[in-house]
Write a protein that binds this ligand. Structure first.
Ligand code: UD1
Length: 429
């Protein structure tokens, strides 16, 4: 199994190109199920999750074609993926695929809307909490679907097609908002999603659906209105830049010190994290090409923050921020409000010398003078990258095991950091 080896203590200097957003790419690929025409997606990142979703969609009958690079294209340009769901040959998404990636459960909405039935495995357990799918199922029921659970599968059907409905969510859910929006696009009549997620990835998917002929307004606000259409057609859409990758490298640069420009990053996608970094004493500036992050030798100031749905501080940057705050001059408090049990990185950071005390959903991080390298274990996607960030500032060698978690969501992480002077390498086997 691959590992990542880091020798800490080097400042970062240079440029890091930001890839297309994983969390937009996955629902965008799934949207291809809604039309028999071809959906072309540009700026698709090369990630294990994308490859896995190709397999899952292929199983339903989607032809997936990856275009090679065009002459003169930068090595960091994202891929172009063409998806063509001319015929849906199978409406079952099996356990062995869905259990590997929760977002693949989201095929349920488009399958149901397009062909009136879907049999999708329940995703099962997950390292960062129970993560149920009850909101997804409630939304589909409101759109007129019959839902049964049998043998670990959700069996959904709507023989007469889906019909528009009012869908009030009790709590903000990114995935359930995607499910409702994708399904309602092909339902008869108007749907109104209330307490919708406002994440930029929702806005990106809505924009793509509109190019495909959907009638959607209000994406990016708490109320999304969708006038269902009879059919959707093909379109071409470029995936927006990854705000979580952007925030991760911003924190890496803040941790190691130095001067890094994040190319293609869009500051408006992560105002809360950038503002927090500025408060902690990191220099954050907008440039024509993206965002510049600078920190000279000065110590970091501690912060107090709670994660929240967009536009709040994202849960997907909580672990990275915690790594950064292990070296702040003072005590930080970080509260996780979205997922229970999303503190798996705490014990691993402690192995590097971090002082973190957990009390329910709040972590109190007492900044220390120095971290010391050690072997550590990645437990989930965002936790694993927090260990890399800590390793950049730890004295001596840090080896992060189980990096397949990283490969799910970070494209060429070690290359991007090494280009800026980090002593980081992948050890295979
Ligand atoms: C998405 C993101 C993930 C991010 C999360 C929160 C993708 C592929 N993944 O995950 O990176 O961390 O949003 O920003 O985009 N919930 C229920 N019932 C449901 C659905 C959700 O109780 O049916 C709860 C969850 O357990 C959690 C909260 O709602 O406590 C928010 O989860 P949700 O926004 O749905 O997360 P995902 O869409 O799975």
């Amino acid at each position: 199994m691959d590992r990542i080896r880091i020798r800490g203590g080097r400042a970062l200097k240079g440029e890091i190109p930001i890839s297309g957003a994983k969390n937009a790419t996955l629902p965008l690929m799934i949207a291809s199920l809604l039309t028999e025409d071809t959906l072309v997606l540009d700026n698709v990142p090369q990630l294990a999750d994308v490859t896995l979703l190709q397999r899952i969609l292929g199983n339903h009958g989607v032809d997936v074609m990856l275009s090679g690079k065009r002459p003169g294209e930068s090595e960091h340009a994202g891929q172009t993926v063409q998806l063509s769901a001319k015929n849906i040959v199978d409406t079952t998404a099996p356990y062995h695929l869905v259990s590997k990636m929760r977002a693949s459960f989201w095929v349920i909405g488009p399958l149901l809307a397009r062909v009136g039935q879907a049999r999708v495995s329940l995703p099962g357990g997950c390292a960062i909490g129970t993560r149920p799918v009850d909101f997804h199922l409630a939304a589909l029921k409101m759109l007129g679907a019959a839902i049964e659970i049998e043998g670990g599968f959700v069996i959904a059907s709507a023989r007469e097609g889906l019909r528009g409905a009012r869908i009030p969510f009790p709590k903000v859910s990114v995935g359930a908002t995607h499910t409702a929006m994708l399904a309602a696009s092909l339902a008869r009549g108007e749907s109104v999603i209330e307490n919708a997620a406002r994440e930029p990835e929702i806005v990106d998917v809505a924009a793509c659906l509109e190019k495909m002929g959907a009638k959607i307004s209000g994406a990016g606000t708490g109320t999304i209105r969708i006038e269902g259409v009879e059919r959707l057609h093909g379109a071409r859409h470029a995936v927006l830049p990854d705000r979580i990758e952007t925030g991760t490298y911003a924190m890496a640069a803040a941790m190691a010190g130095g001067d890094v420009e994040l190319l293609g990053a869009r500051p408006e996608l992560l105002e809360a994290p950038l503002e927090l970094l500025a408060r902690a004493g990191v220099e954050v500036t907008r440039t024509n090409a993206g965002i510049r992050i600078r920190r000279d030798g000065a110590g970091l100031l501690p912060v107090e923050i709670a994660t929240a749905p967009f536009p709040g501080f994202p849960t997907d940057l909580q672990a990275q921020l915690m790594a950064l705050m292990t070296r702040a001059r003072g005590t930080s408090r970080i509260t996780e409000t979205i997922f229970e049990n999303r503190f798996m990185h705490v014990q691993e950071l402690a192995r590097l010398g971090a002082r973190i005390h957990l009390d329910g959903e709040t972590a109190t991080v007492e900044g220390v003078e120095r971290l010391k390298g050690a072997p550590v274990m990645a437990t989930d996607l965002r936790a694993s990258v927090s260990l890399v960030i800590a390793g950049l500032a730890a004295e001596g060698e840090t080896v992060v095991h189980r990096v397949y978690h990283l490969d799910r969501g970070f494209e060429r992480l070690e290359q991007k950091l090494a280009r800026c002077g980090a002593a980081i390498e992948r050890v295979t086997g």
